[in-house]
Design a protein around this ligand. Structure first.
Ligand code: PEP
Length: 250
């Protein structure tokens, strides 16, 4: 049995004051959750979020991690800094990083290596663009991204990774993949993990769906046998909506 995991991706939203408000409202609403609950907050909110979630069942994550330990990497945040601030999860290779900030399968791999070396729980994002889905390339794209991300990663480390399947055309657009589309592609991704690491690791790996997941569609998505939770953008900014999603993931 895989324990579901619901992670909020706040993206570039919420000042410290807003972070305080959101977490204070959220914590009591998700205290009986049957899934793992994570909020991936902007770097500047991590220390505060870690403080506010102490003694709760909410873990705090970052939205990126540098591949180097330290040095001349302007704008990057190191594993030691994230660790010190209190993050235990980290999103790697989100499609917005790939689209707008030049993230590639190689940099995703380098960041994943660094996250695992430093004891983080990584959430690695993969997913196809609309033209790729329409061109019948969904599986090829997901395979390339998964194989690239896991290059050189041992089976022991791979078992610690969560994959988020996020069709890019469904992120922030209000268009969700159908339950069947999401389940089918996640099943395919699991088969790629099986090729790389064998059935035991593949069957144990948690693979989330992400892309306009909300209080209205969560029940249908979570009823699918391959879907182990969600990476939630927009709906994670509203405590009632996020709590509904969390409490639906059993
Ligand atoms: C995301 O940011 O990973 C995401 C899925 O966003 P949204 O839920 O807003 O589509």
């Amino acid at each position: 049995m895989r324990k579901p995991i619901i992670a909020g991706n706040w993206k570039m939203n919420k000042t410290a004051a807003e972070c305080r408000e959101l977490i204070t409202a959220l914590a009591p609403k998700v205290k009986d959750a049957k899934c793992d609950v994570v909020v991936c907050v902007p770097f500047t909110d991590i220390a505060l979020a870690a403080e506010l979630t102490k003694g709760t069942n909410i873990a705090v994550g970052a939205q990126n991690i540098a591949w180097a330990d330290n040095g001349a990497f302007t704008g990057e945040i190191s594993a030691a800094m994230l660790n010190e601030a209190g993050a235990t999860y980290v999103i790697i290779g989100h499609s917005e990083r790939r689209q707008y900030f030049g993230e590639t399968d190689k940099t995703v791999n380098a960041r994943l290596v660094q996250a695992l070396k430093n004891g983080f729980n990584p959430i690695v994002c993969v997913g196809e663009m609309l033209a790729e889905r329409e061109g019948g390339k969904t599986e090829t794209v997901c395979r390339t991204q998964v194989v690239g991300a896991f290059e050189g990663i041992t089976a022991e480390d791979a078992a610690k990774v969560v994959i988020a399947y996020e069709p890019v055309w469904a992120i922030g657009t209000g268009k969700t993949a159908t339950d069947e589309q999401a389940n089918e592609t996640i099943g395919y991704i699991r088969s790629v993990v099986k090729e790389l690491y064998g059935a035991k690791i593949a069957d144990g790996m948690r693979i989330q769906y992400g892309g306009s997941m909300n209080a209205k569609n969560v029940d249908g998505l979570m009823a699918q046998d391959q879907i182990d939770g969600g990476l939630i953008g927009g709906a994670s900014l509203k405590p009632d909506d996020f709590a509904y999603i969390v409490n639906a993931a059993k």
